[in-house]
Design a binder for this molecule. Structure first.
Ligand code: AMP
Ligand code: ZN
Length: 666
């Protein structure tokens, strides 16, 4: 084996192991930085040596493939649903029923938590992940393999050999921490918030662009398998083996010898489930012995050998003191319920979300009411109902505010929008400072030395009224301010100066165009290349771009047709910020040659050989040095060696000219 092949193999092994330690065991051994360096090295080697392609390489975790339509495929065995029970009595009835059917009381149970996400079926053949399919209607689902491959806790290759063909069954979940982070990001982008982790997880799996899926902190928990015949004797045995194979199997599962133990398990988790990093909506009790499972079989809809016990959602009753209204960076108004403090699922709750005016009207919630507060997956609990029997006699219905609580401008509400807005975007203080705070944030201009409080201070002192003003700040203006020593002033000014080098897509994100988050900004920057081109784009042009819909397109057009915004952009340009892609980046970024392997040989007239290779890679293709059966095209120039041509003919590889190559890119 060549040294390159050895290095690639070693890196893949190491990265697989670190991945496993990090995402399955949650016990990282190396820093993220070291991990990224190794991954980059492997990516570079794989690009230079496409002949060592491996469908299980850890580099696939970053995604890239785009699926326009997911294929429908049939499950080898159906994905059943579960019968539900809501009380201890129902569980005991279930136990008696199966004991009767089996003619024995001599059986045990496995209790697992019921993870609240999207079901998935993972087919492995001879240790390699072949495909991943959603539950769909239970008989057939969607093939979402490219997306699932980006989920780090799904092994692309089993850790221990387990030959044969099996479908592992599990749940794709979005842990609460990741969900909260995603929503914080949405809030910063002025987008509607995701409702709950479960819907967000299943929505993520259906995204077309797998590199976006790769950025979502999804996780996969395994609870079952089909097609293993007599490999296992109990469910417990299976769970332990699955863990050894490299799957993530929560260690919350237990074997229970009696129904009494099952009930203890239920009681324990009913009280402690909020300590888990993800949402659960109950417990699944399964007959542990697989021979009994087989004997009991299935109804048309669910296994007879398992039953789900649903947790009751946690509620608390407390008094609504008053409703306050927050103004976001985009001017969106959010009503907040300020409550008499109450204990809910282990934490004291003082505030709850009321979402919008419709929600308040629907609940007919009034200041002074006793209200039910519930904790779902959201960060902030929500009000679900009013206890009308306890309503004080003469309290007034809630009149939603009509003016901005900060600047007193009459609010507007556009057709089809749930939220009210303060339209005074250039004069409303929280909108002004909110936009500047967004501009300097880490994922935008990333200005060191300038925090949210400093922004407030600079605004109050009249030194900045918009983000362009940051670039005119001087030492003389800053030094007299409170808490502004020479050193922090220098830091701040250095940070501002350094931000001139921030790439175009981040500048675009920093502008704070509604609905233009990080990913959309990247897509727009790639598609249009410069601010001039983007400012000239019409709605029709914008929706041509992958995943840019009408809503985003309109928002972009509105933003740039506003003279105030145009002036801001002109000023930022005059301060030297970057408003176009690097010339190199400009050409990059199509998938036209994805999956194709090229060999370039001979002398060319138009492009140099190096330029040709670069074009291939920029458009998703791979360059190899020698012709093999895997080669897709041989790009032939003058004076190409005869042996290359012979090989190409032998393997049936298409031989194309420089012009034919360029035509491939059109
Ligand atoms: P339901 O959708 O209510 O019919 O419940 C069935 C679903 O529960 C299955 O499709 C699984 O995706 C999910 N589930 C979550 N956790 C488990 C578990 N530990 N064992 C079996 N199914 C589970
Ligand atoms: Zn306002």
């Amino acid at each position: 084996m060549s040294t390159v092949a050895q290095e690639i193999e070693l890196l893949r092994k190491e990265l697989q192991e670190h991945n496993y330690r990090y995402y399955v065991l949650d016990e990282p051994q190396i820093s993220d930085f070291e991990f990224d360096m190794k991954l980059k090295r492997l990516q570079a080697l794989e690009t230079a040596h496409p002949e060592y392609y491996d469908p299980t390489s850890p580099t696939l975790r970053v995604g890239g493939a785009v699926t326009k339509n997911f294929n429908t495929v049939r499950h080898e065995t159906p994905m059943y649903s579960l019968d539900n029970s809501y009380s201890v009595e129902e569980l005991i009835e279930w136990e008696q029923r199966i004991q009767r059917l089996l003619g024995t009381v001599d059986l045990s149970f496995t209790c697992e938590l019921k993870y609240d996400g999207a079901s998935i079926s993972l087919t492995y053949e001879d240790n390699i992940l072949q495909r991943a399919v959603t539950r769909g209607d239970g008989i057939q689902g969607d093939d979402i393999t490219t997306n699932v491959k980006t989920i780090r806790s799904v092994p692309l290759r089993l850790k221990v050999p387990f030959p044969g063909r099996f479908e592992f069954r599990g749940e794709i979940i979005l842990p609460l921490e990741g969900f909260t982070k995603m929503n914080e990001q949405r809030l910063a982008n002025g987008e509607d918030l995701y409702m709950n982790p479960r819907n967000t997880a299943s929505g993520s799996l259906k995204l077309q662009d797998s590199s976006v899926v790769a950025e979502r902190p999804l996780d996969c928990l395994i609870y079952g398998v089909t097609g293993t015949g007599n490999t296992f004797t109990t469910q417990w045995d299976f769970l332990e083996t699955a863990r050894k194979l490299g799957f993530k199997v929560p260690n919350t599962a237990r074997v229970c010898m009696t129904m009494k133990e099952v009930l203890e398990f239920l009681e324990y988790w009913d009280a402690h489930r909020h300590e888990l990093p993800y949402e659960t909506d109950g417990v699944v009790v399964k007959v542990n012995e697989l021979r009994f499972q087989e004997e009991l079989g299935y109804t048309s809809k669910a296994p007879r050998w398992a039953i789900a016990y649903k947790f009751k959602s946690e509620q608390a009753l407390t008094r609504l003191r008053f409703i306050s209204y927050q103004v976001g960076r985009t001017g969106a108004i959010t009503p907040v319920a300020n409550l008499e403090p109450v204990l809910l699922a282990g934490t004291t709750v003082k505030r709850a979300s009321l979402h919008n005016a419709d929600q308040i009207a629907r609940l007919d919630v009034r200041e002074g009411d006793m209200v039910y507060v519930e904790k779902g997956g959201e960060i902030i609990p929500k009000i679900t109902a009013v206890d009308l029997s306890q309503r004080p006699p003469d309290i007034d219905p809630t009149h939603y505010i009509t003016q901005c609580p900060e600047c007193h401008t009459p609010l507007v509400r556009e057709a089809g929008e749930a939220q009210h807005f303060c339209p005074n975007d250039t004069g409303c203080p929280p909108q002004i400072t909110g936009r500047i705070q967004h501009f300097i944030s880490r994922k935008a201009m990333d200005i060191d030395g300038l925090g949210s409080e400093t922004v407030e201070l600079l605004f109050q002192q009249g030194l900045i009224r918009n983000y362009a003003d940051l670039y005119t700040l001087t030492k003389a203006e800053l030094l007299p301010l409170d808490r502004m020593a020479e050193k922090s002033v220098n830091n701040l000014l250095d940070g501002i100066a350094a931000s001139r080098k921030v790439p175009f897509e981040k500048v675009l994100f920093a502008l704070g165009i509604r609905f233009v988050g990080e990913t959309v900004a990247k897509k727009l920057a790639r598609a249009f290349g410069s601010i001039e081109a983007l400012m000239a784009a019409r709605v029709e042009d914008l929706i041509e771009v992958d995943e840019i819909g009408e809503r985003i397109a309109r928002s972009v057009v509105d933003f740039f047709s506003d003279p105030v915004k145009q002036e801001l952009v002109r000023r930022l340009q005059s301060y030297g910020l970057r408003f176009e892609l690097d010339p190199e980046q400009l050409q990059r970024g199509t998938d036209l040659l994805k999956g194709k392997i090229f060999v370039v040989s001979g002398v060319f007239v138009g492009l140099s050989r190096e330029e040709l290779k670069k074009r291939i890679e920029e458009n998703g293709g791979k360059v190899a040095s020698s012709v093999s059966s895997k080669t897709s095209y041989l790009v032939a120039g003058d004076k190409m060696g005869p042996s290359k041509r012979e090989k190409a003919e032998k393997f049936g590889v298409s031989i194309i000219s420089e012009n034919e190559f360029l035509a491939l890119l059109e």
